[in-house]
Design a protein. Structure first.
Lengths: 246, 397
Protein backbone atom coordinates (compact mmCIF):
# COMPACT_ATOMS: atom_id res chain seq x y z
CA UNK A 1 0.00 0.00 0.00
CA UNK A 2 1.32 3.44 -0.88
CA UNK A 3 1.99 5.79 2.00
CA UNK A 4 0.13 9.02 1.26
CA UNK A 5 0.81 10.76 4.56
CA UNK A 6 3.12 10.32 7.51
CA UNK A 7 3.33 12.24 10.73
CA UNK A 8 6.70 13.89 11.03
CA UNK A 9 9.16 12.09 13.30
CA UNK A 10 10.03 15.47 14.75
CA UNK A 11 6.88 15.34 16.85
CA UNK A 12 6.50 12.77 19.62
CA UNK A 13 3.35 10.67 19.99
CA UNK A 14 2.43 12.33 23.28
CA UNK A 15 -1.10 13.77 23.34
CA UNK A 16 -0.87 17.56 23.44
CA UNK A 17 -2.31 19.46 26.40
CA UNK A 18 -3.58 22.41 24.34
CA UNK A 19 -7.23 23.48 24.55
CA UNK A 20 -9.66 22.54 21.74
CA UNK A 21 -9.39 25.04 18.91
CA UNK A 22 -6.02 26.40 20.01
CA UNK A 23 -3.62 26.75 17.08
CA UNK A 24 -0.45 25.79 19.02
CA UNK A 25 -0.86 22.24 17.73
CA UNK A 26 -0.81 23.42 14.11
CA UNK A 27 2.22 25.61 14.75
CA UNK A 28 4.10 22.75 16.44
CA UNK A 29 3.37 20.58 13.45
CA UNK A 30 4.54 23.06 10.79
CA UNK A 31 7.69 23.87 12.78
CA UNK A 32 8.47 20.16 13.04
CA UNK A 33 7.71 19.53 9.36
CA UNK A 34 9.84 22.50 8.30
CA UNK A 35 12.81 21.18 10.30
CA UNK A 36 12.22 17.71 8.92
CA UNK A 37 11.96 18.80 5.30
CA UNK A 38 15.15 20.83 5.58
CA UNK A 39 16.89 17.75 7.01
CA UNK A 40 18.04 19.61 10.12
CA UNK A 41 15.44 18.38 12.60
CA UNK A 42 17.19 15.40 14.15
CA UNK A 43 20.11 17.53 15.29
CA UNK A 44 18.14 20.66 16.13
CA UNK A 45 18.04 22.06 19.65
CA UNK A 46 14.83 23.77 20.74
CA UNK A 47 14.18 26.05 23.68
CA UNK A 48 10.76 25.93 25.33
CA UNK A 49 9.26 29.02 26.96
CA UNK A 50 7.13 29.69 29.99
CA UNK A 51 3.50 29.97 28.97
CA UNK A 52 1.11 27.64 27.16
CA UNK A 53 3.98 26.03 25.24
CA UNK A 54 5.93 25.30 28.43
CA UNK A 55 5.71 21.56 27.68
CA UNK A 56 7.02 21.98 24.12
CA UNK A 57 9.99 19.81 25.13
CA UNK A 58 7.56 16.90 25.40
CA UNK A 59 6.33 17.36 21.82
CA UNK A 60 9.35 18.34 19.73
CA UNK A 61 11.32 15.15 19.24
CA UNK A 62 14.80 16.67 19.40
CA UNK A 63 17.15 17.94 22.11
CA UNK A 64 15.25 20.55 24.11
CA UNK A 65 15.93 22.97 26.93
CA UNK A 66 13.31 24.59 29.12
CA UNK A 67 14.05 28.27 29.73
CA UNK A 68 12.99 30.71 32.44
CA UNK A 69 10.21 33.14 31.47
CA UNK A 70 11.40 35.37 28.63
CA UNK A 71 14.99 34.09 28.64
CA UNK A 72 14.73 31.64 25.75
CA UNK A 73 16.76 33.81 23.31
CA UNK A 74 19.61 34.02 25.86
CA UNK A 75 19.50 30.25 26.42
CA UNK A 76 19.45 29.70 22.65
CA UNK A 77 22.45 32.03 22.36
CA UNK A 78 24.41 29.88 24.81
CA UNK A 79 23.49 26.71 22.90
CA UNK A 80 24.23 28.20 19.47
CA UNK A 81 27.66 29.48 20.55
CA UNK A 82 28.55 25.95 21.65
CA UNK A 83 26.88 24.25 18.66
CA UNK A 84 27.26 26.74 15.78
CA UNK A 85 26.42 24.14 13.11
CA UNK A 86 23.12 23.06 14.67
CA UNK A 87 19.70 24.60 14.09
CA UNK A 88 18.70 26.32 17.34
CA UNK A 89 15.20 27.69 17.81
CA UNK A 90 13.02 29.18 20.51
CA UNK A 91 9.26 28.76 20.72
CA UNK A 92 7.77 31.66 22.67
CA UNK A 93 4.44 33.26 23.39
CA UNK A 94 3.61 36.96 23.50
CA UNK A 95 4.05 37.39 27.26
CA UNK A 96 7.35 35.56 27.13
CA UNK A 97 8.81 37.30 24.07
CA UNK A 98 7.12 40.69 23.98
CA UNK A 99 6.87 41.49 27.70
CA UNK A 100 9.23 39.89 30.19
CA UNK A 101 11.71 38.84 27.51
CA UNK A 102 11.99 42.03 25.46
CA UNK A 103 15.62 42.64 26.41
CA UNK A 104 16.63 39.10 25.46
CA UNK A 105 14.83 39.11 22.08
CA UNK A 106 16.00 42.62 21.13
CA UNK A 107 19.63 41.85 21.94
CA UNK A 108 19.57 38.42 20.30
CA UNK A 109 18.29 40.21 17.18
CA UNK A 110 20.75 43.06 17.35
CA UNK A 111 23.66 40.65 17.80
CA UNK A 112 22.48 38.87 14.68
CA UNK A 113 22.32 35.71 16.76
CA UNK A 114 21.93 32.83 14.35
CA UNK A 115 18.80 31.43 15.92
CA UNK A 116 15.13 31.30 14.93
CA UNK A 117 12.41 32.56 17.25
CA UNK A 118 8.95 31.14 16.65
CA UNK A 119 6.78 33.83 18.21
CA UNK A 120 3.20 32.78 18.87
CA UNK A 121 1.00 35.83 19.34
CA UNK A 122 -2.53 35.22 20.60
CA UNK A 123 -2.94 38.61 22.29
CA UNK A 124 -3.49 37.13 25.75
CA UNK A 125 -1.81 35.24 28.61
CA UNK A 126 -3.25 31.78 28.07
CA UNK A 127 -1.51 29.59 30.66
CA UNK A 128 -2.23 31.88 33.60
CA UNK A 129 -5.89 32.26 32.68
CA UNK A 130 -6.44 35.16 30.30
CA UNK A 131 -4.64 38.24 31.60
CA UNK A 132 -3.70 41.22 29.42
CA UNK A 133 -0.69 40.63 27.19
CA UNK A 134 1.66 43.19 25.64
CA UNK A 135 -0.07 42.32 22.38
CA UNK A 136 -3.65 42.60 23.69
CA UNK A 137 -5.62 44.84 21.32
CA UNK A 138 -7.04 48.20 22.40
CA UNK A 139 -10.46 47.60 23.94
CA UNK A 140 -9.88 43.85 24.26
CA UNK A 141 -11.35 42.42 27.46
CA UNK A 142 -9.05 40.26 29.59
CA UNK A 143 -9.08 39.31 33.27
CA UNK A 144 -6.75 42.22 34.07
CA UNK A 145 -8.37 44.67 31.64
CA UNK A 146 -11.99 43.87 32.53
CA UNK A 147 -13.30 46.99 30.81
CA UNK A 148 -11.16 46.45 27.75
CA UNK A 149 -7.56 47.54 27.25
CA UNK A 150 -7.48 51.28 27.86
CA UNK A 151 -4.49 52.64 25.96
CA UNK A 152 -4.52 55.83 28.05
CA UNK A 153 -3.96 53.67 31.12
CA UNK A 154 -1.74 50.82 29.96
CA UNK A 155 -0.47 51.73 26.53
CA UNK A 156 -0.52 50.11 23.14
CA UNK A 157 0.14 46.66 21.70
CA UNK A 158 3.77 45.93 20.81
CA UNK A 159 4.45 45.26 17.13
CA UNK A 160 7.47 42.97 17.49
CA UNK A 161 8.14 42.28 13.79
CA UNK A 162 8.12 45.97 12.93
CA UNK A 163 10.44 46.72 15.88
CA UNK A 164 12.94 43.95 15.30
CA UNK A 165 13.06 44.55 11.54
CA UNK A 166 14.75 47.89 12.24
CA UNK A 167 17.77 46.12 13.76
CA UNK A 168 20.79 45.43 11.56
CA UNK A 169 21.28 41.96 13.05
CA UNK A 170 17.85 40.76 11.92
CA UNK A 171 18.06 38.71 8.73
CA UNK A 172 14.56 37.39 8.24
CA UNK A 173 11.41 38.64 9.99
CA UNK A 174 7.92 37.67 8.87
CA UNK A 175 4.41 37.70 10.36
CA UNK A 176 2.06 34.90 9.38
CA UNK A 177 -1.25 33.47 10.51
CA UNK A 178 -2.71 29.97 10.82
CA UNK A 179 -6.42 30.73 10.69
CA UNK A 180 -7.02 28.78 7.45
CA UNK A 181 -5.29 26.19 5.25
CA UNK A 182 -3.89 28.74 2.84
CA UNK A 183 -2.29 30.69 5.66
CA UNK A 184 -1.03 27.54 7.39
CA UNK A 185 0.81 26.63 4.18
CA UNK A 186 2.25 30.13 3.91
CA UNK A 187 3.27 30.01 7.57
CA UNK A 188 5.16 26.77 7.05
CA UNK A 189 6.96 28.25 4.06
CA UNK A 190 7.91 31.28 6.16
CA UNK A 191 9.25 29.06 8.95
CA UNK A 192 11.29 27.11 6.41
CA UNK A 193 12.69 30.37 5.06
CA UNK A 194 13.71 31.42 8.55
CA UNK A 195 15.41 28.11 9.37
CA UNK A 196 17.17 28.15 6.00
CA UNK A 197 18.41 31.70 6.63
CA UNK A 198 19.69 30.60 10.04
CA UNK A 199 21.58 27.69 8.55
CA UNK A 200 23.11 30.05 5.99
CA UNK A 201 24.37 32.13 8.95
CA UNK A 202 22.52 35.19 7.71
CA UNK A 203 21.62 36.42 11.18
CA UNK A 204 18.68 36.55 13.54
CA UNK A 205 15.38 35.19 12.25
CA UNK A 206 11.87 35.38 13.67
CA UNK A 207 8.46 34.26 12.52
CA UNK A 208 5.50 35.76 14.35
CA UNK A 209 2.49 33.49 14.10
CA UNK A 210 -0.94 34.97 14.88
CA UNK A 211 -2.74 32.37 16.93
CA UNK A 212 -6.10 31.83 18.60
CA UNK A 213 -7.04 31.36 22.24
CA UNK A 214 -10.72 30.32 22.21
CA UNK A 215 -10.66 29.49 25.94
CA UNK A 216 -9.50 32.87 27.15
CA UNK A 217 -11.09 34.89 24.40
CA UNK A 218 -14.41 33.30 25.46
CA UNK A 219 -15.20 32.18 21.91
CA UNK A 220 -15.84 28.89 20.14
CA UNK A 221 -12.94 27.64 17.98
CA UNK A 222 -14.74 28.80 14.83
CA UNK A 223 -15.56 32.20 16.31
CA UNK A 224 -11.94 32.49 17.45
CA UNK A 225 -10.63 31.94 13.94
CA UNK A 226 -13.02 34.61 12.67
CA UNK A 227 -11.98 36.99 15.46
CA UNK A 228 -8.32 36.53 14.54
CA UNK A 229 -9.13 37.34 10.91
CA UNK A 230 -11.29 40.35 11.74
CA UNK A 231 -9.32 41.90 14.59
CA UNK A 232 -5.76 40.65 14.78
CA UNK A 233 -4.72 40.81 11.14
CA UNK A 234 -5.72 44.48 10.78
CA UNK A 235 -3.73 45.28 13.93
CA UNK A 236 -0.82 42.96 13.03
CA UNK A 237 -0.45 43.05 9.23
CA UNK A 238 0.97 39.92 7.68
CA UNK A 239 4.08 40.07 5.56
CA UNK A 240 7.85 39.95 5.35
CA UNK A 241 9.40 42.78 7.36
CA UNK A 242 13.05 41.88 6.82
CA UNK A 243 14.86 39.70 4.30
CA UNK A 244 13.78 38.25 1.01
CA UNK A 245 11.34 35.35 0.65
CA UNK A 246 13.07 32.30 -0.76
CA UNK B 1 57.72 30.04 37.75
CA UNK B 2 55.66 32.33 39.90
CA UNK B 3 54.11 35.34 38.28
CA UNK B 4 52.61 38.46 39.81
CA UNK B 5 48.94 38.53 38.89
CA UNK B 6 45.80 40.38 39.85
CA UNK B 7 43.18 38.11 41.45
CA UNK B 8 40.55 38.68 38.78
CA UNK B 9 42.92 37.95 35.90
CA UNK B 10 44.31 34.91 37.69
CA UNK B 11 40.78 33.53 38.11
CA UNK B 12 40.12 34.05 34.38
CA UNK B 13 43.36 32.36 33.30
CA UNK B 14 42.78 29.51 35.76
CA UNK B 15 39.37 28.92 34.19
CA UNK B 16 40.86 28.83 30.68
CA UNK B 17 43.50 26.35 31.90
CA UNK B 18 40.67 24.24 33.35
CA UNK B 19 39.06 23.97 29.93
CA UNK B 20 36.50 26.75 30.23
CA UNK B 21 35.83 27.90 26.68
CA UNK B 22 32.67 29.97 27.15
CA UNK B 23 32.17 33.08 29.21
CA UNK B 24 29.07 35.26 29.37
CA UNK B 25 29.08 38.33 31.56
CA UNK B 26 28.07 41.91 32.16
CA UNK B 27 30.37 44.65 33.49
CA UNK B 28 30.29 45.51 37.18
CA UNK B 29 33.02 46.71 39.53
CA UNK B 30 35.15 45.22 41.13
CA UNK B 31 35.30 42.18 38.80
CA UNK B 32 35.68 43.79 35.36
CA UNK B 33 39.14 42.33 34.77
CA UNK B 34 37.56 38.86 34.48
CA UNK B 35 35.38 39.61 31.41
CA UNK B 36 38.08 41.88 29.99
CA UNK B 37 40.68 39.12 30.25
CA UNK B 38 38.27 36.54 28.82
CA UNK B 39 37.44 38.80 25.85
CA UNK B 40 41.13 38.72 24.82
CA UNK B 41 41.97 35.21 25.90
CA UNK B 42 39.07 32.97 24.86
CA UNK B 43 39.35 33.66 21.11
CA UNK B 44 43.01 32.58 21.33
CA UNK B 45 41.94 29.11 22.45
CA UNK B 46 38.96 28.75 20.12
CA UNK B 47 36.47 29.74 22.78
CA UNK B 48 33.75 32.35 22.92
CA UNK B 49 33.40 35.44 25.08
CA UNK B 50 30.12 37.30 24.83
CA UNK B 51 29.12 40.44 26.68
CA UNK B 52 25.47 39.95 27.49
CA UNK B 53 22.82 42.69 27.67
CA UNK B 54 22.28 42.02 31.38
CA UNK B 55 23.21 39.65 34.15
CA UNK B 56 19.89 37.90 33.53
CA UNK B 57 20.83 37.21 29.95
CA UNK B 58 24.39 36.24 30.92
CA UNK B 59 23.31 33.55 33.39
CA UNK B 60 20.77 32.20 30.89
CA UNK B 61 23.47 32.03 28.21
CA UNK B 62 25.48 30.06 30.78
CA UNK B 63 22.45 27.77 31.19
CA UNK B 64 22.31 27.25 27.41
CA UNK B 65 26.04 26.63 26.99
CA UNK B 66 26.29 24.45 30.10
CA UNK B 67 23.20 22.53 29.00
CA UNK B 68 24.89 21.92 25.66
CA UNK B 69 27.76 20.33 27.60
CA UNK B 70 30.42 23.05 27.63
CA UNK B 71 32.59 24.17 30.52
CA UNK B 72 31.22 27.66 31.04
CA UNK B 73 31.68 30.48 33.53
CA UNK B 74 30.20 33.82 34.42
CA UNK B 75 31.34 36.39 36.93
CA UNK B 76 29.79 39.37 38.62
CA UNK B 77 29.69 41.27 41.88
CA UNK B 78 26.97 41.41 44.52
CA UNK B 79 24.16 43.43 42.82
CA UNK B 80 24.77 41.50 39.61
CA UNK B 81 24.73 38.18 41.43
CA UNK B 82 21.29 39.09 42.81
CA UNK B 83 20.11 39.42 39.21
CA UNK B 84 21.59 36.04 38.35
CA UNK B 85 19.77 34.24 41.13
CA UNK B 86 16.76 33.35 38.97
CA UNK B 87 19.07 31.62 36.52
CA UNK B 88 21.08 29.92 39.26
CA UNK B 89 17.87 28.37 40.60
CA UNK B 90 17.09 27.02 37.10
CA UNK B 91 20.67 25.75 36.68
CA UNK B 92 20.40 23.90 40.00
CA UNK B 93 16.90 22.60 39.21
CA UNK B 94 17.89 21.37 35.74
CA UNK B 95 21.28 20.14 37.05
CA UNK B 96 23.43 22.10 34.64
CA UNK B 97 27.06 22.44 35.76
CA UNK B 98 28.73 25.86 35.60
CA UNK B 99 31.01 28.14 37.58
CA UNK B 100 29.82 31.49 38.93
CA UNK B 101 32.34 33.94 40.38
CA UNK B 102 31.10 36.54 42.86
CA UNK B 103 33.67 39.21 43.70
CA UNK B 104 31.67 40.62 46.58
CA UNK B 105 31.23 44.32 47.27
CA UNK B 106 29.32 46.17 49.97
CA UNK B 107 25.50 46.19 49.94
CA UNK B 108 22.54 46.34 50.28
CA UNK B 109 21.23 47.90 47.09
CA UNK B 110 23.89 49.50 44.99
CA UNK B 111 26.02 49.62 48.14
CA UNK B 112 29.64 50.38 47.30
CA UNK B 113 32.52 48.92 45.34
CA UNK B 114 34.89 48.00 48.18
CA UNK B 115 35.35 44.46 49.53
CA UNK B 116 32.59 42.90 51.63
CA UNK B 117 31.37 39.47 52.68
CA UNK B 118 27.71 40.31 52.98
CA UNK B 119 26.49 37.83 50.34
CA UNK B 120 27.24 34.82 52.55
CA UNK B 121 23.59 34.00 53.24
CA UNK B 122 22.69 34.39 49.56
CA UNK B 123 25.57 32.19 48.44
CA UNK B 124 25.24 29.41 50.99
CA UNK B 125 21.45 29.18 51.22
CA UNK B 126 20.86 28.77 47.51
CA UNK B 127 20.09 32.40 46.79
CA UNK B 128 17.15 31.97 44.47
CA UNK B 129 13.80 30.25 44.93
CA UNK B 130 13.35 26.59 45.79
CA UNK B 131 15.24 23.96 47.78
CA UNK B 132 18.71 23.94 46.33
CA UNK B 133 22.34 24.58 47.16
CA UNK B 134 25.36 25.63 45.22
CA UNK B 135 28.80 24.51 46.32
CA UNK B 136 30.62 27.65 47.52
CA UNK B 137 34.42 28.00 47.50
CA UNK B 138 36.05 30.94 49.28
CA UNK B 139 39.66 31.74 48.32
CA UNK B 140 41.90 33.68 50.72
CA UNK B 141 44.75 34.39 48.28
CA UNK B 142 45.27 34.82 44.56
CA UNK B 143 46.94 31.40 44.38
CA UNK B 144 44.00 29.83 46.14
CA UNK B 145 41.61 31.66 43.80
CA UNK B 146 43.40 29.89 40.93
CA UNK B 147 43.29 26.48 42.59
CA UNK B 148 39.66 26.79 43.68
CA UNK B 149 38.47 28.07 40.29
CA UNK B 150 39.88 24.94 38.69
CA UNK B 151 38.46 22.74 41.43
CA UNK B 152 35.09 24.47 40.91
CA UNK B 153 34.84 23.14 37.34
CA UNK B 154 35.51 19.59 38.55
CA UNK B 155 32.98 19.79 41.37
CA UNK B 156 30.40 21.32 39.00
CA UNK B 157 30.83 18.48 36.50
CA UNK B 158 31.05 15.79 39.18
CA UNK B 159 27.65 16.68 40.66
CA UNK B 160 26.02 18.48 37.69
CA UNK B 161 25.57 21.50 39.91
CA UNK B 162 26.46 25.20 39.81
CA UNK B 163 29.56 26.02 41.87
CA UNK B 164 30.25 29.51 43.17
CA UNK B 165 33.70 30.97 43.74
CA UNK B 166 33.02 33.55 46.44
CA UNK B 167 35.78 36.12 46.57
CA UNK B 168 35.66 39.77 47.53
CA UNK B 169 36.94 43.02 46.11
CA UNK B 170 40.29 42.49 47.84
CA UNK B 171 40.87 39.03 46.36
CA UNK B 172 39.82 40.32 42.93
CA UNK B 173 41.90 43.46 42.94
CA UNK B 174 45.10 42.57 44.78
CA UNK B 175 48.20 41.25 43.07
CA UNK B 176 50.09 38.28 44.47
CA UNK B 177 52.59 35.79 43.07
CA UNK B 178 50.87 32.76 41.55
CA UNK B 179 52.10 29.57 40.00
CA UNK B 180 50.25 29.32 36.69
CA UNK B 181 52.54 26.59 35.32
CA UNK B 182 50.99 23.87 37.45
CA UNK B 183 49.29 21.83 34.79
CA UNK B 184 45.62 21.27 35.46
CA UNK B 185 44.16 17.83 34.87
CA UNK B 186 40.43 17.22 35.26
CA UNK B 187 39.50 14.84 38.08
CA UNK B 188 39.57 11.25 36.89
CA UNK B 189 36.03 10.44 38.05
CA UNK B 190 34.23 12.84 35.70
CA UNK B 191 31.75 11.11 33.40
CA UNK B 192 30.97 12.02 29.79
CA UNK B 193 28.14 14.50 29.50
CA UNK B 194 25.73 12.18 27.75
CA UNK B 195 22.85 14.25 29.14
CA UNK B 196 23.86 17.35 27.15
CA UNK B 197 21.35 18.93 24.75
CA UNK B 198 23.76 19.57 21.90
CA UNK B 199 21.78 18.31 18.94
CA UNK B 200 23.21 14.79 19.00
CA UNK B 201 21.60 12.04 16.93
CA UNK B 202 19.63 10.00 19.45
CA UNK B 203 20.65 6.37 19.97
CA UNK B 204 19.15 3.72 22.25
CA UNK B 205 22.04 4.32 24.67
CA UNK B 206 21.72 8.07 24.43
CA UNK B 207 18.17 9.23 23.76
CA UNK B 208 17.32 12.85 23.02
CA UNK B 209 18.19 15.20 25.86
CA UNK B 210 15.75 17.37 27.77
CA UNK B 211 17.23 19.96 30.12
CA UNK B 212 14.37 20.98 32.35
CA UNK B 213 13.38 22.01 35.86
CA UNK B 214 9.59 21.76 35.44
CA UNK B 215 7.87 18.79 37.09
CA UNK B 216 4.19 19.55 37.16
CA UNK B 217 3.18 16.43 39.11
CA UNK B 218 3.92 17.11 42.80
CA UNK B 219 4.87 13.48 43.41
CA UNK B 220 7.43 13.66 40.62
CA UNK B 221 8.73 17.05 41.78
CA UNK B 222 9.12 15.74 45.32
CA UNK B 223 11.15 12.80 44.04
CA UNK B 224 13.29 15.22 42.03
CA UNK B 225 13.84 17.43 45.09
CA UNK B 226 14.70 14.39 47.22
CA UNK B 227 17.29 13.36 44.66
CA UNK B 228 18.74 16.88 44.63
CA UNK B 229 18.78 16.90 48.42
CA UNK B 230 20.65 13.58 48.48
CA UNK B 231 23.16 15.14 46.09
CA UNK B 232 23.71 18.14 48.39
CA UNK B 233 24.24 15.73 51.29
CA UNK B 234 26.82 13.88 49.21
CA UNK B 235 28.54 17.20 48.43
CA UNK B 236 28.52 17.98 52.15
CA UNK B 237 30.14 14.64 52.93
CA UNK B 238 32.74 14.69 50.19
CA UNK B 239 33.69 18.25 49.32
CA UNK B 240 34.18 20.00 52.67
CA UNK B 241 37.49 21.85 52.93
CA UNK B 242 39.02 24.03 55.62
CA UNK B 243 42.37 25.09 57.03
CA UNK B 244 43.52 25.03 60.65
CA UNK B 245 46.19 27.23 62.13
CA UNK B 246 47.45 27.18 65.74
CA UNK B 247 44.38 25.27 66.87
CA UNK B 248 46.45 23.09 69.15
CA UNK B 249 45.38 23.97 72.72
CA UNK B 250 43.44 26.98 71.38
CA UNK B 251 41.05 28.28 73.99
CA UNK B 252 39.68 30.87 71.61
CA UNK B 253 38.96 29.64 68.08
CA UNK B 254 38.57 32.43 65.56
CA UNK B 255 36.55 31.47 62.46
CA UNK B 256 37.06 33.61 59.35
CA UNK B 257 37.19 33.08 55.59
CA UNK B 258 38.54 34.88 52.54
CA UNK B 259 40.25 38.24 52.96
CA UNK B 260 39.20 38.48 56.62
CA UNK B 261 41.04 35.26 57.42
CA UNK B 262 44.30 36.86 56.22
CA UNK B 263 43.92 39.69 58.74
CA UNK B 264 42.87 37.25 61.45
CA UNK B 265 45.93 35.10 60.76
CA UNK B 266 48.25 38.06 61.42
CA UNK B 267 46.32 38.88 64.58
CA UNK B 268 46.42 35.37 66.04
CA UNK B 269 50.16 35.02 65.32
CA UNK B 270 50.84 38.19 67.28
CA UNK B 271 48.47 37.16 70.04
CA UNK B 272 50.20 33.78 70.32
CA UNK B 273 53.51 35.62 70.87
CA UNK B 274 51.79 37.39 73.74
CA UNK B 275 50.82 34.10 75.29
CA UNK B 276 47.19 34.01 74.17
CA UNK B 277 45.99 30.54 73.28
CA UNK B 278 44.14 31.46 70.14
CA UNK B 279 43.85 29.71 66.77
CA UNK B 280 42.24 30.12 63.39
CA UNK B 281 39.80 27.83 61.64
CA UNK B 282 39.36 29.00 58.05
CA UNK B 283 36.46 27.52 56.05
CA UNK B 284 37.54 27.07 52.43
CA UNK B 285 34.16 25.70 51.42
CA UNK B 286 31.24 27.72 52.82
CA UNK B 287 28.74 25.20 51.54
CA UNK B 288 29.52 22.62 52.70
CA UNK B 289 30.45 24.36 55.95
CA UNK B 290 33.16 22.66 58.06
CA UNK B 291 30.82 21.89 60.94
CA UNK B 292 32.71 18.78 62.06
CA UNK B 293 36.04 20.60 61.99
CA UNK B 294 34.60 23.20 64.34
CA UNK B 295 33.15 20.54 66.63
CA UNK B 296 36.58 18.92 66.79
CA UNK B 297 37.89 22.05 68.52
CA UNK B 298 35.36 21.80 71.37
CA UNK B 299 37.97 19.84 73.37
CA UNK B 300 40.13 22.92 73.91
CA UNK B 301 37.90 25.83 72.94
CA UNK B 302 36.32 27.88 75.68
CA UNK B 303 34.68 30.20 73.19
CA UNK B 304 34.55 31.16 69.52
CA UNK B 305 34.88 34.39 67.61
CA UNK B 306 33.60 34.81 64.05
CA UNK B 307 35.10 37.71 62.13
CA UNK B 308 33.47 38.82 58.89
CA UNK B 309 33.06 41.80 56.63
CA UNK B 310 29.31 41.70 57.27
CA UNK B 311 26.80 42.25 60.05
CA UNK B 312 27.22 38.60 61.02
CA UNK B 313 26.19 35.90 58.58
CA UNK B 314 28.71 33.04 58.74
CA UNK B 315 28.54 33.35 62.52
CA UNK B 316 25.15 31.59 62.30
CA UNK B 317 26.83 28.51 60.85
CA UNK B 318 29.44 28.64 63.63
CA UNK B 319 26.61 28.80 66.19
CA UNK B 320 24.88 25.85 64.51
CA UNK B 321 28.13 23.88 64.66
CA UNK B 322 28.82 24.76 68.31
CA UNK B 323 25.16 24.10 69.08
CA UNK B 324 25.05 26.21 72.24
CA UNK B 325 27.90 24.33 73.92
CA UNK B 326 30.20 27.40 74.00
CA UNK B 327 29.70 31.14 73.62
CA UNK B 328 30.11 32.37 70.03
CA UNK B 329 31.14 36.01 69.64
CA UNK B 330 31.16 38.14 66.54
CA UNK B 331 33.18 41.01 65.18
CA UNK B 332 32.40 42.56 61.83
CA UNK B 333 33.05 45.56 59.61
CA UNK B 334 30.69 46.59 56.84
CA UNK B 335 30.28 48.80 53.82
CA UNK B 336 33.65 47.97 52.31
CA UNK B 337 35.67 48.53 55.49
CA UNK B 338 38.31 45.85 56.07
CA UNK B 339 39.12 45.06 59.72
CA UNK B 340 42.68 45.78 60.84
CA UNK B 341 45.01 43.46 62.72
CA UNK B 342 44.87 45.80 65.75
CA UNK B 343 41.08 45.74 65.83
CA UNK B 344 41.00 41.96 65.73
CA UNK B 345 43.73 41.70 68.40
CA UNK B 346 41.63 43.95 70.66
CA UNK B 347 38.67 41.71 70.01
CA UNK B 348 40.69 38.56 70.73
CA UNK B 349 41.91 40.06 74.02
CA UNK B 350 38.30 40.50 75.12
CA UNK B 351 37.77 36.75 75.08
CA UNK B 352 41.24 35.26 75.59
CA UNK B 353 43.25 35.91 78.75
CA UNK B 354 46.99 35.24 78.87
CA UNK B 355 47.65 31.68 79.84
CA UNK B 356 47.75 31.02 83.61
CA UNK B 357 50.63 28.71 84.56
CA UNK B 358 50.14 25.65 86.75
CA UNK B 359 52.16 25.43 90.07
CA UNK B 360 54.40 22.79 88.47
CA UNK B 361 55.10 25.13 85.53
CA UNK B 362 55.81 28.00 87.96
CA UNK B 363 58.23 25.78 89.95
CA UNK B 364 59.95 24.71 86.74
CA UNK B 365 60.22 28.34 85.61
CA UNK B 366 61.81 29.46 88.91
CA UNK B 367 64.23 26.51 88.82
CA UNK B 368 65.26 27.59 85.32
CA UNK B 369 65.57 31.19 86.50
CA UNK B 370 67.78 30.10 89.44
CA UNK B 371 70.00 28.04 87.18
CA UNK B 372 70.21 30.92 84.70
CA UNK B 373 71.15 33.31 87.54
CA UNK B 374 73.93 31.05 88.80
CA UNK B 375 75.35 30.71 85.28
CA UNK B 376 75.19 34.51 84.83
CA UNK B 377 76.94 35.01 88.19
CA UNK B 378 79.71 32.57 87.26
CA UNK B 379 80.25 34.25 83.89
CA UNK B 380 80.32 37.64 85.68
CA UNK B 381 83.03 36.41 88.04
CA UNK B 382 85.17 35.15 85.20
CA UNK B 383 84.80 38.40 83.28
CA UNK B 384 85.72 40.45 86.35
CA UNK B 385 88.78 38.32 87.03
CA UNK B 386 89.91 38.57 83.42
CA UNK B 387 89.48 42.34 83.40
CA UNK B 388 91.60 42.68 86.56
CA UNK B 389 94.27 40.43 85.11
CA UNK B 390 94.39 42.46 81.86
CA UNK B 391 94.66 45.74 83.81
CA UNK B 392 97.53 44.28 85.83
CA UNK B 393 99.48 43.15 82.78
CA UNK B 394 98.66 46.30 80.77
CA UNK B 395 97.55 44.24 77.77
CA UNK B 396 94.43 44.82 75.64
CA UNK B 397 95.10 48.52 75.03
Amino acid sequence: MAVVFEKTELLTDLPMHYCPGCTHGIIHRIVAEALDELGIGKTAVGVAPVGCAVFAYDYFNCDMMEAAHGRAPAVATGIKRVCPDKCVFTYQGDGDLASIGTAEIVHAATRGEKITAIFVNNAIYGMTGGQMAPTTLPGQVTTTSPNGRDVEHCGYPVPMCEMLATLSGSAYIQRVSVHDVKHVKAAKKAIKNAFAAQMENKGFTMIEVLSTCPTNWGLSPLEAVQWLKDNMIPAYPLGVFKGAEA
Amino acid sequence: MKKLMKGNEAIAEAAVKAGCRYFFGYPITPQNEIPEYMSRRLPEVGGCFLQAESELAAINMVYGAGGAGARVMTSSSSPGISLKQEGISYLAGAEVPCVIVNIMRGGPGLGGIQPAQSDYYQATRGGGHGDYRTCVLAPASVQEAVDLTQLAFDIADRYRNPVMVLGDGMIGQMMEPVDMDKSYRPAVDLADKIWAANGHIPTPGRPRSIINSLFIDPKVLERHCERLDAKYKKIAESECRWQEEMLENAELVVVAYGTTSRVVRSAIRKCRQQGLRVGLLRPITLFPFPTEAIRNTLGTAKCYLAVEMSAGQMVDDVRLAVNGERPVHFYGRMGGMVPTVAEIMDEIRKYATPYQKTPAEIALDSAIDEKFQSVTDAVGHILQRTRKKMKATGSGK
